[in-house]
Structure formats: C-alpha cells, structure tokens
Design a binder for this molecule. Structure first.
Ligand code: NAI
Ligand code: MG
Length: 368
C-alpha cells in the first residue's frame, strides 16, 4: 500500500520558516516511527502569484483535492496589498476552503501548563484547559443571499442574510459529536434560538441528530452570548462547542486567547469523507504571515507543528502519535525553551525558529 500523501503549501512570510520545522517532525516520524508520508510541496498565496500570476493555480487546486491532507503555512504580506482583490493571496486560501468544501473548522484552545501565566485569566481557570470549538465554515451569514449595499428611499442599506439548511447543520453537528467521542464525550451547541429562526432550526436539528445517532454523547445548549460569558468565566466546563460561522468566528478567537500566544494556535478544516474514508482536510496555524518578523528566524513554529499533530489525529488516526508530539512540546516548554513571542515582559533569551524545532525533535527522541 502506498503511503498517505501530504501536500505542503508553505505560502508567504514566516509560512516557509515554520513549515521547515514541521518537515523535520515529519521526517522524524518516517525514520523513528515508520510512519511515512508522500510529501509534496507547492505554492499558494503571494508566492504563487509571483510565479504564476494567481494565488492558487488549477493544478495546485487539483493536487489539494487529491491529497490525503494539506498543510498550509500562511499567506499574504504588505507587498501584495496593492493587488486587485481577485488575485490577493487570501483568495488562494479561500478557494481551497470553498472548493474542498471544508465545512467544519476545528479550533482547539489548549493550555500548556508552562504557559498558564500567559493567559489574561487566573492560572487555575486556564491550567489544563483543553476545549475544541467546531465552527461551521461554509455557510451562514457570510454567504447567505440576499447580500449587498442597496439604496432604499434616500439612504443606503447594508444587508447580509443568515441562512442554514438542515443538511448544513446536520453535517457539522455530526462532525462535533464524532470529535467528542474521541475526547471528553461532551458537546455544547451554541446559537441564539431566542431571537433567530436559524437558531431555532439549529437547535432542533442538533437535538434530532443527537437523539438518533449520538445519544451516548452528553449534549447541552447555550445561547451564544451566554456561552461567551461562560468561556471567560469557567472555560473548563466545556469539551466540544459547536456553533455557526459568525458566532464561531468570535468565540474561537476569544477562546484561543485564553491560552496566550498566537504562535501556539493550530487549526483544522475538515470536509466530507473521501473514497478512502479520510475527510478532506486542511491544517494550518491560526496566525498569518507575520511580515514584521519574517526572514529573521524569530517565528514560533509550534502552531504549525500542532497543526500537524491534528493531522495525525484527525486524518491519519494516529492519536497516540499526536499525543506524543503534544507531550514533546509540553516538555520543551516546561524546560523553559521559549521563542521570542513566549517571553513575558521580564524578558529572557529566546531560541530561534529552528532551535525550537530541534528541541522538539530531541524531546521526541527522548519519548522513545
Ligand atoms: P499575523 O498573525 O501575521 O501577525 C500578528 C502578530 O503576531 C505580529 O506581531 C506577528 O509577528 C505575531 N505572530 C504571528 N505569528 C507568529 C508566530 N508564529 N511566532 C511569533 N509571532 C507571531 O497577523 P497580521 O499582522 O494581521 O497579518 C499579516 C499578514 O498575514 C497580512 O497580509 C494578513 O492578511 C495575513 N494573514 C494571513 C492569514 C492566513 O494565512 N491564514 C491569517 C491572518 C493574517
Ligand atoms: Mg477570525
């Protein structure tokens, strides 16, 4: 049987720098755990625009559709700000998400104990935190019609439409319940059924899917505004949160910051299962191309490495190996190894991007 395929789209700015460290980790798994991938590299974003005049070629799109998983670095940068909207680097990423139909966006908020002081919340509120926000990514108010700015009488009116079909809600709900079974077996669904019909339908469909297919998972419902309060008050009450595109955008950003630095945050975007049973999948750090530190070896590669850990868990069913990698990162942080973004106001001496990668490989070796 051939090895699973990984398409790497490193992108722009710090994208290639952090991805270089992920490649070290991938190589380690091939050598030491006999977990081999067929890795190929291609261009996305500004890098693709520079080479081909488009942020994503049809050939790259086709390769992404065929890959068992896509790993993406980051796209964009000031050099591309002058480009027409249609060829901006971000369009490459949006096209990937749309054409792969990646409807389920997974954003973990996980607090490494060594970084608990970094949170804006009290240490005991966040230490050991491990929650997952599942955000519907391809529908809702960002896509619904009608939309636009219209003239009504003598003034302008801006319109967006929140629209969810039953099947759109059902598929993201299933994705959340499946995840919960691999974690703490708890799902909290968030909407505003008190003021929105789309929220009423959301609650009904989630409840039906739960009763029919996932009665073993504990389900609760919360209005999204109350959910936001609870996330700040006592985030450890949650395991998996499932919510729509708009609320998920806000709640996942808020939850992410409970744990500290942007340089630590991974994400996964999953679609429907392919013929081999694996979901269509794109893994990427939450951060952007960080032009202010690009090319200086300062970037924290952990967000991108944790994204690969998510690929191990959710695309390749290698949960134990994902945990091994997360534990290696935990150990390196506990040893006090810090990239510049992880140093508090009191300072200290930071390691470089590649030194952080090497330390994680050392910790992986020590795990054997
Ligand atoms: P950003 O995430 O690139 O940077 C925000 C701040 O966080 C910067 O000070 C940066 O140095 C720091 N930072 C980010 N990642 C880091 C890491 N791994 N290690 C250490 N420090 C890190 O967001 P910003 O500045 O708003 O956008 C810069 C460019 O990136 C823009 O062109 C934007 O469009 C693009 N962008 C791309 C995204 C993507 O590819 N998914 C997401 C967000 C922004
Ligand atoms: Mg956002």
């Amino acid at each position: 049987m051939s090895n699973p395929s990984l398409l790497i789209l490193a992108g722009d700015g710090i994208g290639p720098e952090v991805m270089g460290e992920v490649v070290k980790i991938i190589d380690w798994y091939g050598e030491k755990r006999d977990l081999k991938f067929d890795v190929s590299h291609d261009l996305v974003g500004g890098a693709a625009y520079d080479a081909h005049g488009t942020p994503l070629t049809d050939e790259t799109m086709a390769r992404a559709q065929d890959a068992d998983a896509v790993l993406l670095g980051a796209v964009g940068g000031p050099k591309y700000d002058v480009l027409d909207f249609s060829v901006k680097p971000e369009r490459g990423l949006l096209r990937l998400r749309k054409e792969m139909d990646l409807f389920s966006n997974l954003r973990p908020a996980q607090c490494f104990d060594a970084l608990a002081d970094f949170s804006s919340l009290k240490k005991d509120v966040v230490a050991g935190l491990d929650i997952m926000i599942v955000r519907e990514l391809t529908s809702g108010v960002y896509f619904g019609e009608p939309r636009g700015i219209f003239t009504e009488g003598n003034e302008r009116v801006g319109i967006n439409t929140q629209r969810y079909t039953e099947s759109e809600i059902a598929r993201v709900a299933r994705s959340a319940f499946e995840l919960a079974r691999k974690r703490g077996n708890k799902v909290c669904s968030m909407e505003k059924a008190n003021v929105m019909e789309s929220g009423i339908l959301w609650r009904e469909v989630v409840t039906e899917i739960h009763a029919k297919e996932y009665a073993d998972v504990e389900l609760s419902h919360m209005y999204a505004d109350a959910g936001a309060m609870q996330l700040c008050r006592w985030p450890k009450q949650f395991d998996v949160i499932v919510t729509d595109n708009l609320f998920g955008d806000l709640l996942s950003d808020a939850a992410a910051m409970l744990t500290g630095s942007l340089g630590m945050l991974p994400s996964a975007s999953l679609g429907a299962p392919m013929a081999n049973g694996r979901p269509k999948a794109l893994y990427e750090p939450v951060h952007g191309s960080a032009p202010d530190i690009a090319g200086q070896g300062k970037a924290n590669p952990i967000a991108c490495i944790l994204s690969f850990a998510m690929a191990l868990r959710y695309s390749f069913d290698e949960g134990e190996e994902a945990t091994r990698l997360e534990s290696a990162i935990e150990k390196v942080l506990a040893d006090g190894v810090r990239t510049a973004d992880l140093l508090g106001p009191e300072g200290g001496s930071p390691v470089s991007t590649s030194e952080m990668g090497d330390k994680i490989v050392e910790a992986l070796n020590a795990s054997l």
